[in-house]
Design a protein around this ligand. Structure first.
Ligand SMILES: *[C@@H]1O[C@H](CO)[C@@H](O)[C@H](O)[C@H]1NC(C)=O
Ligand SMILES: *[C@@H]1O[C@H](CO)[C@@H](O)[C@H](O)[C@H]1NC(C)=O
Ligand SMILES: *[C@@H]1O[C@H](CO)[C@@H](O)[C@H](O)[C@H]1NC(C)=O
Ligand SMILES: *[C@@H]1O[C@H](CO)[C@@H](O)[C@H](O)[C@H]1NC(C)=O
Ligand SMILES: *[C@@H]1O[C@H](CO)[C@@H](O)[C@H](O)[C@H]1NC(C)=O
Length: 467
């Protein structure tokens, strides 16, 4: 990872940002903010988008599981989601400049490609021209300012390390001019780096002043910005003190149709009111991680997985997060396919094989895509797919539509289970969440993160029709 750092510091030394400093304080004036959410276009240079989505989901899972707070860099859990993510437009600055962001509940910083010198390396996807990536120009915003070392928001990212990183700022000097150190976010195959800004985040009826946002000047394999919706202090929900947020993910089948659905940010409390048609399960605050990066994840307590009426006998250690940070289930909008640790996955797959033993396996498709099991349904008139249900603490049951766990792959006669695990031969993952509920399994559900009441709500909904 050395080259990006070197380039970063070269760029930092070349850049001279002249930012005006001004203070504007606007209040939030409406109760909810509704934004269109769209699946990301999928025209990628891969003959098999499923293979890409499967390996991307796996790399994402590895990263989420090995996530650590590092002393010198701020790390977050992101993965290039050229395929299988959902994007939202946000406007920063005065006058507003709009950029697309990937909605990511598995990380917390909000950052955008930034400055006229932005460099995106290895971003040559056929539908993305790196020279046409929309970048935020801080100079053009009268409200943008660089975060100082003494600003408490600098510590959102660097935590207690900020003292040593900003050691040249004497405690007595009231107006230390040092800026907050640059951030470097690392992820599966790439990274992004830049410096922290404060600027207005604009919505049609509201302005959030002095929102902490990352101004990335260099990214690798990550062509668009990311909106971190995790539990960290720097996330969008934390900075806006949202009471709830919710989304409905339109099916990935419509990825190419520019179909959008709503992302709803709820600013004011509506007490303990439940949303009609939703089932709820409490979020679990993980007790093990005072200082752990796992704290930014949304843990829920999975009680059972049910396949075709059979309860899968999952060992308790996978369902319950342990004090060392292993086990448990998180909800992640930034993962495509749901990940299960190998022993859990094997049990689930066995149940599917039992219920679908009348159909022939398509082993070569499994080898090609990395998905398993796959079945060849050629010549089969009616298929009986077993039901697949996630049952959470409190009894809330998420029974998935068939399209959320079996997908047609390639020629329209093979279907594969869209749940992934780590390779049978690779090292066994023992840290981090055992199950990561990805966005493929959340399609056509209305999903609510009720932060005020500490609970996760969901209910089936056709996300193509507005509620
Ligand atoms: C920034 O301002 C310059 C000069 O006024 C203008 O040419 C440029 O288009 C602006 N860029 C953006 C992204 O607004
Ligand atoms: C802040 O810095 C300016 C110049 O940079 C100086 O004139 C002023 O006295 C300083 N104020 C305090 C409170 O240290
Ligand atoms: C968390 O805090 C408790 C008590 O404050 C301490 O005993 C424990 O070692 C801490 N755990 C970690 C992972 O820092
Ligand atoms: C498999 O096929 C047999 C014979 O057609 C049928 O009786 C049985 O119910 C089928 N099993 C499943 C799991 O669909
Ligand atoms: C599925 O089975 C049919 C008939 O057995 C065969 O002709 C076809 O090649 C198979 N397709 C795949 C993708 O395996």
């Amino acid at each position: 990872m050395a080259p990006p750092y070197i380039i970063l510091f070269l760029l930092l030394s070349l850049l001279s940002l002249s930012l005006s400093i001004s203070h504007t304080a606007f209040g939030l004036s409406s109760d909810t903010i509704t934004l269109p959410l769209s699946p990301i276009l999928t025209k990628l240079p891969y003959s098999d988008p499923f293979k890409l989505a499967a390996s991307a989901s796996l790399a994402r899972a590895h990263h989420l599981k090995h996530h650590r707070n590092s002393p010198s860099v701020a790390t977050t859990a992101v993965y290039p989601k050229g395929y299988g993510g959902y994007s939202v437009d946000l406007s920063f600055g005065t006058p507003p400049q709009t950029s697309p962001f990937i909605l990511d509940t598995g990380s917390s910083l909000v950052w955008f490609p930034c400055t006229s010198r932005y460099v995106c390396s290895h971003c040559l996807f056929p539908n993305i021209d790196p020279t046409k990536i929309r970048t935020f120009i801080p100079k053009n915003s009268s409200t943008a300012k660089i975060v100082g070392c003494r600003n408490p928001k600098c510590a959102y990212i660097f935590g207690t390390k900020v003292q040593s990183r900003c050691s040249k700022c004497k405690p007595q000097s009231q107006n230390c001019s040092l800026t907050c150190p640059p951030y470097i976010l690392q992820y599966g195959l790439g990274s992004t780096a830049g410096f922290l800004l404060l600027d207005n985040l604009n919505f049609p009826q509201n302005i959030v002043p002095q929102f902490l946002v990352g101004c990335s000047i260099l990214s690798i394999r990550q062509p668009s910005g990311i909106a971190g919706f995790g539990r960290g202090k720097e996330s969008l929900p934390s900075q806006m003190a949202l009471k709830r947020f919710s989304y409905c993910l339109v099916s990935h089948r419509f990825d190419d149709l520019l179909q959008t659905s709503d992302l709803i940010l709820q600013i004011t409390s509506n007490g303990g009111t439940k949303t009609k048609g939703l089932s709820y399960t409490p979020f679990r605050q993980n007790p093990f991680s005072n200082n752990s990066a796992f704290q930014e994840y949304y843990y829920v307590i999975l009680r059972k997985l049910i396949v075709g009426g059979d309860s899968v006998q999952i060992p308790f250690k996978f369902l319950q997060p342990a004090s060392d940070g292993s086990g448990g289930t998180i909800v992640d909008s930034g993962s495509t396919f749901t990940f299960m640790e190998r022993p859990v996955y094997n049990l689930v797959a066995q149940h599917f094989l039992k219920h679908m033993k009348n159909y022939s396996r398509a082993l070569h498709v499994e080898a090609q895509t990395g998905l398993s099991p796959c079945f060849n349904l050629s010549g089969v008139k009616t298929v009986n797919f077993p039901e697949f249900t996630f049952q959470f603490k409190g009894g809330a049951k998420m029974t998935l539509p068939i399209q959320n766990y079996f997908s047609l792959v390639g020629d329209a006669e093979v279907v594969c289970l869209t749940v992934i695990s780590d390779g049978g031969l690779g090292p066994v993952q023992t840290s981090g969440p055992a199950i990561i509920l990805g966005n493929y399994q959340q399609q056509n559900f209305y999903i609510e993160y009720d932060l005020e009441n500490g609970r996760f709500g969901f209910g089936p909904r056709n996300c193509r029709t507005k509620a």
